[in-house]
Design a protein around this ligand. Structure first.
Ligand SMILES: Cc1cc2nc3c(=O)[nH]c(=O)nc-3n(C[C@H](O)[C@H](O)[C@H](O)COP(=O)(O)O)c2cc1C
Length: 314
């Protein structure tokens, strides 16, 4: 029997549903799983009032997370494997996960441990995962696998459906667009990771330092989106510092600059993203080898291959 720590936080419950699909097969195989649900001292709202939604931006990007309530689990508990589940807020890990990874207790819990990251977000998780890698390595953890779940629907459709969901709580299909969030079928299929992990733990594979979840289509990177995301991340760095010069989270005096940021963000979404996608499409024969290299690199360590799908079919 192995001891597994799953760190979780979810506003709509979507990420908890995905985690449960992975935890159930582990428990069924006799492993001892502790699910630690992060609770910020002052809870974040859901659905998000629009001003609070944008006001969270600078602190997300600058990794300045408000404190969490004390963890249930003692920081000196030893686990064989740690699974960190998170969502992306402004191309960065959601603040509760940032708070965990920067806290003394969180760092202690992952020090020297094999770590798996699981993200569920609209579709832009690459920069957030870079941050996660740095925070995990900084705490002494060893990242061995990464799983990514993204919202159903075309990236242009989710520019509408995901914000509608987090601002109103409504997830249903509207204007002919698919419902918001990860598709129920993708969530159901997440059990394959639990089955493979149970098998891996039974065979001590978490100790090997090698991925345990390869061949299960753990991540699928769209390298074209990666190019837009990198540009966005750089701009977010500058804007977040600028807004913070005018005041703290919740203070009215930084709101005019936040409004400027929102205008900038909308302009970026309706101009730069489609233009960048169009240019990449036009030049795709020239860019193809570069984008393929980038895709393979960004899909590490678990990859998008499918050779184990049948073996661990739910
Ligand atoms: C403040 C905020 C910012 C977000 N920023 C991003 C983002 O930059 N990229 C992305 O793919 N999804 C983004 N999302 C969507 C979330 O990653 C996630 O899919 C959604 O909040 C549902 O998560 P839940 O499990 O907490 O319900 C954002 C959501 C919120 C609330």
């Amino acid at each position: 029997m192995k001891r597994v720590l799953v760190v979780n936080y979810s506003q709509s419950g979507q990420l908890s549903d995905i985690s449960a699909r992975i935890v159930d097969p582990l428990r069924a195989a006799g492993h001892d799983v502790h699910v630690e649900t992060l609770a910020p001292e002052t809870p974040f709202p859901f659905p998000w009032p629009i001003v609070e939604f944008f006001d969270a931006f600078p602190e997300c990007v600058q990794l300045d997370a408000p404190p969490l309530r004390a963890l249930e689990v003692a920081a000196d508990t030893t686990f064989d494997l740690v699974i960190l589940t998170y969502q992306v807020w402004y191309l960065s890990p959601a603040l509760p996960m940032t708070a965990f990874l920067k806290s003394e207790e969180g760092r202690k819990l992952i020090d020297g441990k094999p770590v798996i990251t699981l993200v569920a977000c609209r579709n832009m998780w690459l920069s957030a995962q870079e941050t996660m890698k740095q925070l995990i390595a900084g705490a002494g953890g060893r990242l061995i696998d990464h799983l990514a779940f993204t919202d159903q629907g075309h990236p242009l459709a989710t520019f509408i459906t995901t914000p509608r969901w987090v601002w109103t709580g409504k997830k249903n299909s509207f204007l002919g667009l698919p419902p918001a969030g990860v598709s129920p079928e993708e969530i159901r299929q997440a059990s394959r990771f639990g089955l493979a992990l149970a098998d891996g733990l039974n065979n001590d594979r978490e100790k090997s330092g090698q991925p345990m979840l390869a061949g299960l289509r753990a991540v699928t990177v769209n390298a074209r989106l990666a190019v837009s995301e990198r540009a966005g991340r750089r701009a977010f760095g500058v804007w977040s510092k600028l807004v913070r010069l005018f005041g703290k989270r919740g203070q009215w005096r930084r709101r005019p600059v936040l409004l400027l940021f929102v205008v900038y963000l909308i302009t970026l979404i309706v101009t730069v993203v489609p233009i960048s996608l169009l240019l990449q499409w036009l030049f795709s024969p020239l860019l193809k080898p570069r984008l393929e290299r980038l895709k393979a690199e960004l899909e590490q360590p678990s990859g998008s291959q499918e050779f184990n799908l049948q073996k661990y079919a739910p």
